[in-house]
Design a binder for this molecule. Sequence first.
Ligand code: FAD
Ligand code: SF4
Length: 500
Amino acid sequence: MPPKKTIRTIPQERTPMQAQDPQVRATNFAEVACGYTLEEALREAERCLFCPDEPCVRGCPVEIDIPGFILDITEKNFHGAYDKITDTNLLPAICGRVCPQETQCEGVCTIADTLEPVAIGRLERFVGDMAIAEGWESAPYIEPSGFRVAIVGSGPAGMACAADMAKAGCEVTVYEVFHEPGGVLKYGIPDFRLPNDVIDAEIEKLRQLGIRFECNTLVGRLFTVEDLLTEMGFHAVFIGTGAGYPTFMGIPGESLAGVLSANELLTRCNLMRARDFPAYDTPLQPGRRVAVIGAGNTAMDAMRVCLRLGAETVFCVYRRTRTEAPARVEEVHHAEEEGIEFHWLTNPVEILDDGENSVRGLRCQRMELGEPDESGRRRPVPVPGSEFEIDVDMVVYAIGTNANPILGQTSSLRLNERGYIVTDGSLATSIAGVWAGGDIVTGAATVIEAMGAGRQAAAEMKAYLGLRDSEVVYLPERTGSTGKRFGIDLSEHNHVRVTA
Ligand code: FAD
Ligand code: SF4
């Protein structure tokens, strides 16, 4: 039974997390936020009221048993906390770092009406990091079902789907175009926010489940989605190819040397290790004065990478205000601390040529906020006669991404008018035996939403394949209070033989 508490009896202040000094960290790629110590985690866990109606659980896209795992922390049952989290979330060390908790679980935490919410994400990270450090794993013995499943794309959606299908006894192969798996987690989000060794540790757990990763494989060019089901003999396919196709504004000067997309910059720096040039053979000429257009997480990452690559000044150019910026509040705060200069209410109109086909500046105009648009955010309106120039030698676009068209062009998948894959409520696509989820269906979203989609598709795929075992393979009394074992819901328990 959780202890009875009131808002007056719990620690009033949210436990701060140690972070690298802004001046120091702006020159290195080591992680900014250092994580909780044991004492800090125990103190923060004491702040949870264990509310019976559990609003935080409903605020989490995959409905982690949040009060349950926090109670385990208070009882120093850390392995129990890990098991509870991994019942629904495969990647706690990752989600604890990058989920926008302030708008999800923490945004609806009961105590947030009076105090700062319980630091749910930090506690989740604490447990996930401990599991990696201690080498805990939740890989069961799995009896093969005889089914073969192909996953296209190794981001969070593909990883989550792959894990659930592997746990159901399927032989799972993940095809990834890059030379390393992980999707945006690996190529987009920089080490100072999400260290590569954390992602590698989580991917290693997938390998332990028997999942095979076939990298350097561009599906749609080497073979098609239909080939997977026919010539290649897979029984079901999941597509989680994300939305990594860059968007530009179409203003004059975009073909000048020194203009690039944030995705290119981040991929070169993170995945292709341009930051370690010449040890790694990836050139990336950092600008001296850089303007990054946009104010989402991608923009914050691009700006902070430019600083670390040696830029003297980095500007954020965004046509709305800080309030409307889509980036996590913490990321904007960290960027500010590191010395990024923000130009709010500013819209670029032209990239200026130095006469030798390279960037010499950015012409912008001031904006003001008008009526709300269809997204509910106030529409930016140009202020007449307000144009001015910023002296820059590099311009980076971080204004959103689109679906890569290759799969659409090479298969009979139905796409919507924006090029994203059309699915029904069960994430089934227009091709029988093919499901899709994550950013390639919703457009750019979040890690946890992509994972949730991967898991939903896996449940549907299992039902489609008729993965059933007539024997009751695990007994309710062994499953603990969650009604799950190794993350597999009891309602699906006959799908697979699972033993500890
Ligand atoms: P992805 O992660 O994009 O993975 C898709 C994979 O499919 C990629 O590896 C790609 O190479 C591969 N692929 C594509 N086409 C093919 C093909 N034809 N054949 C084989 N492989 C293919 N979300 C958060 O919650 N918090 C954050 O802090 C955050 N920060 C972000 C920072 C950046 C820089 C970016 C770009 C995004 C960020 N996001 C963040 C968003 C989040 O990362 C995405 O919503 C999430 O990764 C989507 O997962 P996915 O599996 O759908 O796709
Ligand atoms: Fe604990 Fe906040 Fe969830 Fe209530 S809403 S159970 S206080 S984390």
